[in-house]
Design a protein around this ligand. Sequence first.
Ligand SMILES: [Zn+2]
Length: 468
Amino acid sequence: MKYLSTVRTALLATSVMLLCGIEIGATEVATEDHPVLAEIANRVDAEVERAVLEKLVGFGTRHTASDTASNTRGIGAARRWIKFRFEEISRDCSGCIKIETPATVVSGERLPNPTDIVDVLGIQQGSSDSNRVLVISAHLDSRITDVMNATADAPGANDDGSGVAAVMEAARILSHYKFASTIVYAVLSGEEQGLYGGKLLAQTAQLKNWRVEAQLNNDIIGNIHAQSGVIDNTHARVFSEGTKATETTQEAARRRYNGGELDTPARNLARYMATMAHQYLTNFEVRMVYRTDRFSRGGDQVPMLEAGYPAVRVTEAVENYSRQHQDVRSENGIAYGDVIAGVDFSYLAQVTRLNLITLASLAWAPAPPTGVKIEGALTADTKVTWSPVVGAVGYEVWWRDTTTPQWTHHRRAPGNQTSLTLVGVSIDDMFFGVSAISADGFASPIVFPGAAGSFEPPSQLPSQVTGK
Ligand SMILES: [Zn+2]
């Protein structure tokens, strides 16, 4: 079943001209139907993404330990081309993107010789709250059957050329808009050898004191043919951790008793993305998966979670294992290898749209509320309180039945008050959260009370990311 790769085009008749994005003249707060998000979605171009992917595959291999001196083959050439593309994109927006290339030398089980790990970051500085950071990431490196083979062709079209194409498309399009918070377009390396680029990204975020509110890690986002024969081009999966990697023993005890195992910030980011897809994309929905990643497998969101940053894995709805981590070959009539033929560009564009509208909406919204608390035991009502958020003109309190996956009920707190009593709503039977709303009606993710749901990183920096 094929879909039409269109997004909702019925825009509000009252929309104002949008030149630099934040010029939205609404005086009334609306929480939905932002024409600018439909406009951003419409700008995603599958053919531009195809050209990026062809360029990446053209480097032969992008194995982390491959050649770095050649300008035509290997990870070094690929990294330099990414940097060059960021420079081109930056020229088109009067230098709005700064390029940084954090680097480290690593050796390990899958990298016996000391090897350069270099991330290429395009940083679109926020206009007023630049320490607040939203990240879209993917990994540049590729592999074949033998993870140590650094010389044979390893096209890595879908894993993870598709994700890199989405990151570059995000930079190309979002660089034409202005945001209060910073967006980081991150092209990582060393993923296949041990998530080294993700660790380097987490270290970089810590060093720079970034308040990372979300990392959307795109890894394998372009295939629609499952190994089983199922074809699915109408969903993306978003994986989110159930309990925080950084949770303390005390926090875990409280969470076990009062709930919160369904409401990490990553999980509420996944819910946010599901809402965005439903609202702005046609024939495209998010399938939330209540796991950190696929069973026993990993991605570059993991080191970020270990550093206490909210992060999700965005990936295709169904996977084809003959096309992942395989030598390019034909065997018994089956085509193996991660080649361009395995990527559906209309589908890739849809997953890209999901990322872009999520990033833009998050970046225009205020930061997620902090200090969220609930009280009301032994009373008929529930009182939700939170700390004021810079740039918020109001707050929406949400609640849902404890067994329901999405938030279902909401009520606006009057004015910009930072508490709301829900009369007759029992604290025992519902889960609660609160979202901050901007003057233009952009909503932050919903924040579940306490440490379990907080978007803030733990005050004590975990040691995992500073290690190996
Ligand atoms: Zn991958």
